[in-house]
Ligand binder design. Structure first.
Ligand code: SAH
Length: 259
């Protein structure tokens, strides 16, 4: 595998591959990312990368948990940038492993900027985003003829707090949105959408730990969203406008009953 450099010429022998780890299950990792992990000297990974994927990193590869460096879960981005640049500066083949896809709420641009400023070449290997795994888990497609012509990928949170969105557009019947980082913002999202006329019975399905052994599906509606979101402990995608397909729902209910 020889991915094309995305930018720049290297002034140091080190390189960085940004790689998407997918939602957690090893089955959802691409062959390209697996090969990159196998050829790496150093893997710098996020907190959200699944255990099954971490287990595929060869033992001789140096593993750095960027979520735990410094100050725990809220490691400043500048410290992570410095970490990547520092390792690549020694000539190492660095894989920067991010949960899901590299280009969705992954702060990829900040890290690319830092590498570019340091004159370090990089490539990008995308991954499967958690919304795709969440939709598959409930037996739904993210777009459907006659229902939604587009899919919105939104965040519940940004640097300023709860994120503002096009609530009026989202409140229209048939809209579908994959809401990332929506747990804490769920009551805010619920309030904004209802205020803009969304029906209280609009389905919202919460998929926690999508694709992992501890995956949980919670079928809610806009009116129950905030109360049901309070039960979430792990990372979750809120699938606004989608209910679990009946047959799949029956199966997960069965799994829960026999667990
Ligand atoms: N780049 C990632 C998203 C990073 S933002 C991607 O493409 O999936 C972090 C958010 O992603 C979490 O708050 C959660 O909303 C979502 N997320 C990541 N992994 C998940 C998983 N396995 N199951 C459900 N949601 C997940």
């Amino acid at each position: 595998m020889s991915p094309q450099p995305a930018t720049g010429t290297s002034t140091t022998p080190g390189t960085v591959t940004f790689a998407g780890a997918g939602p957690g299950s090893a089955d959802m990792l691409t062959l390209g990312v697996l090969r990159a992990l196998e050829g790496a000297d150093v893997v710098i990974h996020d907190r959200l990368v699944g255990e099954e994927v971490l287990a595929l990193i060869p033992a001789h590869v140096t593993r750095v948990d960027a979520g735990k460096e410094g100050f725990g879960p809220s490691t400043p981005q500048s410290a992570i940038n410095a970490l990547i640049v520092g390792h690549a500066g020694t000539g190492a083949r660095v894989v920067r492993l991010k949960g899901g896809d590299t280009g969705i709420f992954g702060r990829l641009d900040e890290e690319m900027d830092a590498l570019e400023a340091a004159g370090i070449a990089f490539t990008i290997l995308p991954g499967l985003t958690s919304a795709s795994a969440a939709a598959a888990a409930i037996g739904q497609s993210l777009t459907r003829r006659g229902r939604n012509r587009g899919l919105r990928i939104v965040t519940g949170h940004d640097m300023d707090g709860f994120a503002d969105q096009d609530w009026k557009g989202l409140a229209r019947s048939g809209e579908v949105a994959a809401i990332y980082m929506g747990k804490k913002a769920s009551r805010f999202i619920q309030g904004r959408l209802m205020m803009h006329g969304a029906a209280a019975e609009t389905p919202v399905t919460l998929v926690e730990n999508a694709s992992r052994a501890n995956q949980r599906v919670i079928a809610a509606t806009l009116s129950t969203l905030a109360d049901r979101a309070a039960d979430l402990a792990g990372p979750a995608i809120l699938l606004y406008g989608l209910a679990p397909r009946a047959a799949v729902h029956a199966l997960s209910a069965l799994n829960e009953a026999t667990a």
